[in-house]
Design a protein. Sequence first.
Length: 172
Amino acid sequence: MGRVIRSSGSPRRIAVLTRENERLETFLAILRRRIFGRSSEKMSPDQLSLLDTAAPAPANPGEAAPSGEDTIRQRRRGGGGRRPLPDSLPRAIREILPASTQCPCCSREMARIGQDESQQLHLVPAHAEVHVTVRPKFACRACGELAQAAAPDDRPIELPPAGTIAQVVIAK
């Protein structure tokens, strides 16, 4: 990095130039770290409007909606985990039924007793929507046998969908 300057100057002049060179190299290193170094990626509240999400209406009409600072405090105090996706986003529901709803033991029709539901946020250019996968559970009233479709293999681990990852990469 440092250039060697050969001069026939006095030792004092060489010492001054050496100190100046070290100062400039330090300054250059600081600037490089600022430009090319790590930086934390924080989302400002202004960027949330890009997702086109409406602020939730207060539960009581007389009660005002919480300010941004209040919700941040509540999140810090509350337990961990993901926040639910806003109800205002459109949803595309995909229901996956088991191959058969007849009991393998007694061949009777099984009754629907519940369902497992998973939600993923899909970013589609210009708007966001939630894809809901529903897998109903069926049980035989006579013998208690249970049936449910297997989870789809298009999401082997808890990662965002490919479209959301592509949107984030392109936005960078």
